[in-house]
Design a protein around this ligand. Structure first.
Ligand SMILES: Cc1cc2nc3c(=O)[nH]c(=O)nc-3n(C[C@H](O)[C@H](O)[C@H](O)COP(=O)(O)OP(=O)(O)OC[C@H]3O[C@@H](n4cnc5c(N)ncnc54)[C@H](O)[C@@H]3O)c2cc1C
Length: 487
């Protein structure tokens, strides 16, 4: 990868590179391509094991002379960092360009639910010891998901884990603090993550090499560019200008309640087994989930969030008609609290106390948008992953898990292309085409499922609402049938 600094910025120091371990390649052709062509200035090429090769002058090539393909990732979020971990583990040259100024500058949400897809992707991309660290950093695992009435009566509770223990310890449901997850994903990447680098645009050369341009005037050239910059992805906007997001007509408020002996009693008992969704008439719902630390996780201090205790997160969603006409994005914490208290005024008193006692600094407003499906496009050496292409409502808690799955699939495709021995622009484009084919299928299926779950949870059709609550109660009375249908 070449990085060309702007006249006003310091030159970027060279990143130490790890050579890929490849075998079985015809040495002569590889040598022909590498002599006199340092890897750092050749974004595309052949990756070969040159350990037994000799130059024309009789000297042996250094491992760094092996021409490798280089991957540029815009966005050091959950998906981008997971991909970087996987590529680095496989010996592929990768650099992440992140807009935030430093690892501590990330504005994180609180808890994130990792599902079996996310677990499998993280397991495939992270080195074993880092995956073990992640596993140890997780809170008490969720075992069920419950739907409750506004009076906190149980409507339905479904197990998310087999009662006698999961057969595969990797593919389980987990709860982890977002800040900790990001710090674990950054661990070991060192200066392969460049902070303060906001990608503006890219251009593709005749040989397929991609040059990324940054807001500070720097540019970098690599074999592949991956847009992993989340919902406002500039890569997606340039690659697929007809893609993007649309408003769901749903917005809401959220907050965090530290769990102490004085607040724990406010939680409905179902929360001991996992998250819950309160479904209220009038198109209003509230998601509730706890994050409870498990003793024994020995994390380095820099991976711990500022507030380390157990907590509850809640998020209230409502159709815009139920919210103030002028919108809620501009409201301060106390106005958001008042609004939320007003919307839950007829609910169980514990819900009102949870909102009333949440930390003022945690109260926030959000608007729910969703990706528009994009028809297949011709593959190039530029691609996208995660929220950049298939952002979805948080209603099923699968956005990050789908981003992680993308990272795992794309990583496997690029590494397979490398292992097949040809990593020119055409081979990389074919690998990306394979990734995009799969990603479009499961990614937009996840968007559809999340949209459906959102609209069911905020329906204002009172007959449909009453029927679905009655059906939930009925199914819940017959655990054997329930587990057969939903297990
Ligand atoms: C309230 C809420 C709760 C959620 N809970 C869950 C959950 O429990 N489970 C789940 O699976 N999903 C959940 N999600 C969804 C999840 O947060 C996202 O799907 C996930 O973060 C997407 O990951 P990503 O890597 O695509 O993007 P992000 O994690 O958003 O990362 C994008 C990164 O790109 C950087 N960036 C942006 N623009 C640029 C640029 N131009 N140049 C360089 N860098 C840039 C950003 O700073 C950021 O670091 C939730 C979402 C919300 C809103």
């Amino acid at each position: 990868m070449t990085i060309v600094p702007s006249a006003t910025t310091r030159p970027v120091p060279p990143v130490p590179r790890r050579a890929p371990s490849l075998t079985g390649a015809p040495v002569a052709s590889a040598l022909g391509g590498t002599v006199g062509a340092p890897a750092a200035v050749r974004p595309c090429g052949m990756a070969r094991d040159l350990s037994h090769a000799v130059h024309r002058d009789g000297s042996h090539p250094r491992r760094t002379e092996i021409i490798m393909f280089t991957v540029l990732i815009a966005g050091g979020g959950i998906g981008g960092l997971c991909l970087a971990q996987g590529l680095l583990k496989a010996g592929v040259d990768v650099t992440v360009f992140e807009r935030a100024s430093s690892p501590g500058a990330f504005k994180e949400g609180y808890r994130i639910h990792l599902d079996p897809d996310g677990g499998r992707a993280l397991h495939s991309c992270l080195p074993a010891e880092r995956f073990a660290l992640l596993d140890a950093a997780c809170g008490r695992p969720p075992r069920a998901f419950a739907w409750l009435s506004e009076g906190l009566d149980e409507l339905l509770s479904l197990n998310v884990a087999a009662p006698d223990g999961p057969p595969d310890p990797v593919a389980v449901h987990r709860s982890i603090n977002r800040f900790t997850l990001r710090q674990i994903l950054l661990d070991g990447l060192g200066d392969r993550v460049r902070f303060g680098k906001e990608l503006l645009r890219y251009e593709i050369g005749a040989d397929g090499a991609v040059t990324a341009h940054f807001a500070d005037g720097d540019r970098a050239t690599g074999s592949v560019l991956v847009g992993a910059e989340g919902t406002h992805s500039r890569v997606r906007a340039q690659l697929l200008p007809h893609g993007g997001r649309t408003d769901t007509g749903v917005a809401g408020t959220g907050g965090r309640l530290p769990l102490t002996p004085a607040t724990r009693h406010l939680l409905p008992p179902q929360l001991r087994r996992g998250p819950a969704m309160v479904l209220a008439p009038g198109g209003v719902n509230m998601f509730l989930a706890t994050h409870e630390n498990v003793p024994g996780a020995d994390l380095p201090a820099h991976m711990l969030p500022t507030e380390t205790g157990d907590y509850l997160v809640w998020g209230l969603s409502a159709r815009r008609e139920a919210l103030p006409a002028g919108g809620i994005d501009h409201l301060g914490p106390e106005a958001l609290r008042e609004l939320t208290l007003d919307l839950v005024r007829t609910w169980h008193p514990h819900v009102r106390q949870i909102v009333g006692e949440s930390s003022p600094s945690s109260l926030s407003a959000f608007t729910i948008r969703t990706a528009v499906p994009v028809r297949p496009w011709p593959a190039t050496t530029v691609t996208v992953l995660g929220d950049a292409i298939h952002s979805m409502p948080p209603s099923r808690g699968i956005g990050a898990n789908t981003a992680l799955r993308d990272a795992g699939v794309l990583c496997a495709g690029l590494v397979a292309a490398r292992d097949a021995g040809t990593v020119d622009g055409r081979a990389l484009t074919a690998a990306i085409a394979g990734y995009e084919r799969r990603m479009r299928r499961y990614g937009f299926a996840a968007v559809k499922a999340s949209n459906r779950a959102l609209s069911q949870s905020v329906t204002t059709n009172s007959a449909a609402f009453a029927m679905s609550r009655a059906a939930m109660r009925l199914i819940n009375r017959f655990p054997a049938a329930r587990d057969r249908v939903f297990g």
